[in-house]
Design a protein around this ligand. Structure first.
Ligand code: BGC
Length: 742
């Protein structure tokens, strides 16, 4: 027996003796009192635990069969499972992926389905925190009804590159929008007495080389961009857990990064919950435990069980203080108590999927972005002949790939092998756009061509009053797109249809911006992202004006790759493992990715470079028109407050998303920043005065040496409009010098 293990066993035995008295003393546990603060309850529970019980809580495996072993006893069946401590009433942690709905990877729960929500890009496009709360609430309720108590949801990474494989899981390129909506979704989910997670902390902004990538970026820039999105999401959502990412940040893995975990998250932000690792993201025992990792997840995907026996040995040897192990457990239990799981653990029960499906449709409707409309939309329901073409529109709508994938209510509508031999299955959610279009135009002759035969599609289009081409691009976790092009000859298909029918509309189902060489030749473009299981219905209701489009781009739409900070993606797509490598695996050499653009992400990059995007951040058309006037900017109760009046100047009810941007004319290095936004529903002719309080950190620069946010005294310029480029209103005011705690 190894000496370390002997020491570990001795440590276990000594502490077990100390706890024995406690265990048998009282019928009810001292931490049972729900009136005690969660921190106190956690301290009391930790004091009663044996070292073995503590070690049991700080690492978990897959909640699924693996390597010939069956699903762990007691696991519902999901991405992760951490056994509880029945002796002390501590329930197991049943962890499920949940950011776009409750996952069922590999059909672990045979035949189980869940509401497939639209991608987070669609949620981001709504600019609507209230809808994000509803999304979280619906997914959390469904997860709880399946017996889960920990959601691996709440992505708060900002989108740095429009080719990112997980961009569809992310909310936006902007920290304020991302943090606000991610935090709202987490808060909505946790209202179900469940823990939710904010992930992937931090800079998991590309999939290429993600497990060997070292994201290099100045700390101050990180504080003002990627970290700020997490900071806001955590402040607003109060997630029970934070998941650290696969990649390294400035030379240290995110899950063993003392600066990120101990300094920023736990000290500067006073985060009281626990840090769980991503699946296969742990590389050490002592370094990780000391750096602030509290729980190893999916440990079969790590090269060894770092937080099982090796951690017990490290504690026994004094390399990890016993107090640190207690702190890890206390943080986990604190979240269990705070979420209400201890007092009311989930029990599998009935769930009515109808309200959740309605939420999915509302997000798809509010999050689809009308990019172009030369008067062709909305379609009159009386059109005699409609051609519907491409992208399996007869069956369903595309879903993104990876751990966020959901088996939708009603089952997968269609599936096929992923392109280019990629080892995955590409799936379509139900709700066929073709069927929905037929419902909206019951008298029309609606023909369908799958688009593989371009001549046949063009022929169908030529004989129709309008041609609607669906085009898609599959994106997935573990791989980025090499470029911004639509794949599979779809550009040629669209061009041919547009030549055959001058009234051509394109509906995109993509995980981010794509190039549109045919843009000038089509009359309308609607970006539906991956719109979830009610996507077809939502798209049709927009095309026929049952819903007025109101989505606004949460990402800048470049005119080409040359406009991006990295015209070619950093890293070698074939040079490194795609995902966790598992037992016996090897991680390759570390690849340093230089995020030299710093905080100038998305529209900020375009502004500093004076580049005109194809469509700016924040952009989106409506079937009505909106006006803005009377922008005001002034200090109120120490906070910059912006006011403006928004008016529906058209003939239909609709939602406007006025946006206010801030600049500091005295600081040439200060990038333009989104300072506030609001989604406003307005009846025809109605107008409303809207006011935003601007978060003071949005007026500040982070001073890394001084370890403080600093607001320089002087002018603030506020501009307002309906996107990041067309900002017709301007106002200025002065702010005084201030320093804000980090
Ligand atoms: C992903 C996480 C996910 C986890 C569990 C990882 O590959 O990066 O987002 O929660 O798997 O499925």
């Amino acid at each position: 027996m190894r000496i370390g293990l002997i020491l570990a066993l001795a440590y276990f035995a000594a502490s077990a003796l100390a706890n024995a008295a406690l265990a048998g003393s009282a019928p009810a546990h001292p931490w049972d009192d729900p009136m005690l603060p969660p921190d106190r309850r956690a301290v009391l529970a930790v004091a009663a635990m044996t070292p073995a019980e503590k070690i049991g809580l700080v690492h978990g495996g897959l909640g699924a069969p693996w390597g010939g072993a069956p699903k762990p006893a007691g696991a519902v069946g999901s991405a992760g499972f951490v056994p509880g401590v029945p002796r002390l009433g501590i329930p197991p942690l049943q962890e499920t992926d949940a950011e776009l709905g409750v996952g069922d990877p590999g059909d672990i729960r045979p035949g189980d389905t869940a509401t497939a929500m639209p991608s987070n890009l669609a949620l981001g496009s709504t600019f609507d925190p209230a809808l994000a709360v509803e999304q979280g609430r619906a997914v959390g309720a469904e997860a709880r009804a399946k017996g889960f108590d920990v959601l691996l949801g709440g992505t708060a990474n900002i989108i740095r590159d429009p080719r990112g494989g997980r961009d569809f899981e992310y909310v936006s390129e902007d920290p304020l929008l991302t943090g606000t909506l991610a935090g709202a979704a987490v808060a909505g989910a946790q209202g179900n007495r469940i823990i939710s997670t904010v992930k992937h902390f931090v800079l998991n902004d590309q999939e290429t080389d993600r497990v060997v990538l070292d994201a290099r970026i100045e700390r101050a820039a990180m504080r003002e961009s990627d970290l700020f999105a997490f900071e806001l999401a955590i402040e607003r959502g109060r997630p029970g857990s934070v998941m650290c990412a696969y990649n390294q940040v400035d030379g240290a893995y995110a899950c063993e990064n003392d600066w990120l975990l101990n300094r920023v998250l736990k000290t500067d932000w006073h985060y009281p919950g626990y840090v769980m690792s991503d699946w296969g993201a742990v590389h050490s025992t002592v370094a990780s435990a000391l750096a602030g990792l509290d729980q190893e997840s999916g440990d079969q995907l790590d090269t060894q069980d770092f937080f099982a026996v090796p951690l017990a040995e490290a504690v026994a040897r004094g390399e990890v203080p016993a107090a640190r192990l207690d702190d890890m457990v206390r943080r986990i239990l604190r979240s269990v108590f705070a979420a209400g799981i201890y007092d009311d653990p989930p029990r599998p029960g009935a769930f009515d999927p109808a309200p959740a499906a309605a939420v999915a449709q509302r997000i798809a409707e509010a999050g689809s972005v009308l990019l172009k409309n030369d008067g062709v939309l909305p379609l009159p329901p009386t059109l005699p002949r409609i051609a519907v073409i491409g992208a399996h529109a007869d069956r369903g709508v595309l879903a993104g790939g990876g751990s966020s994938q959901v088996v939708p209510t009603g089952g997968i509508a269609s599936s096929e092998p992923a392109p280019d031999g990629f080892p995955a299955t590409l799936t379509f959610d139900p709700s066929s756009p073709l069927d929905a279009i037929r419902r909206h135009a019951p008298g029309a002759e609606v023909g369908y061509a799958d688009g593989h035969d371009v001549t046949a599609a063009a022929r169908l289009a030529a004989g129709a009053d309008v041609a609607i081409v669906f085009a898609d691009k599959w994106m997935t976790e573990t791989a980025d797109a090499p470029d911004l092009a639509l794949p599979g000859g779809q550009d040629g298909l669209i061009a041919a249809v547009a030549r055959a029918n001058p009234r051509t509309v394109v509906v995109l189902e993509t995980g981010g911006p794509v190039l549109m060489p045919w843009l000038a030749r089509v009359r309308g473009v609607l970006e539906a992202w991956y719109p979830g299981q009610r996507g077809g219905a939502a798209v049709a209701s927009i095309l026929f004006a049952q819903a007025n489009p109101s989505g606004h781009l949460p990402v800048t739409w470049p005119a080409g790759e040359a406009q991006l900070p990295h015209p070619t993606l950093q890293g070698d797509p074939n040079g490194a493992p795609r995902g966790p490598v598992g037992r016996g695996g090897r991680y390759g050499r570390i690849y340093a990715a230089d995020y030299s653009e710093g905080a100038a992400v998305g529209y900020k990059w375009f502004a500093t470079r004076h580049q005109a995007p194809l469509f700016p951040f924040g952009f989106g058309l409506s079937y009505t028109s909106f006006g803005l006037r009377d922008l005001s900017a002034g200090m109120k109760d120490g906070r910059l407050t912006v006011g403006l009046t928004v008016r529906n100047a058209g003939g239909r009810a609709g939602a406007a998303v006025p946006q206010a941007y801030v600049e500091r004319p005295g600081d040439p290095g200060f990038p333009i920043r989104l300072g506030g936004f609001e989604r406003v529903e307005l009846a025809p002719g109605e107008e409303r005065r809207v006011t935003f309080g601007v978060d003071p950190r949005l007026l500040a620069r982070f001073d890394e040496a001084g370890h403080v946010w600093r607001i320089a005294p002087g002018r603030v310029r506020v501009t307002a409009g309906f996107d990041a480029v067309h900002r017709g209103l301007a106002a200025e005011t002065d702010v005084s010098a201030a320093s804000l705690a980090p």
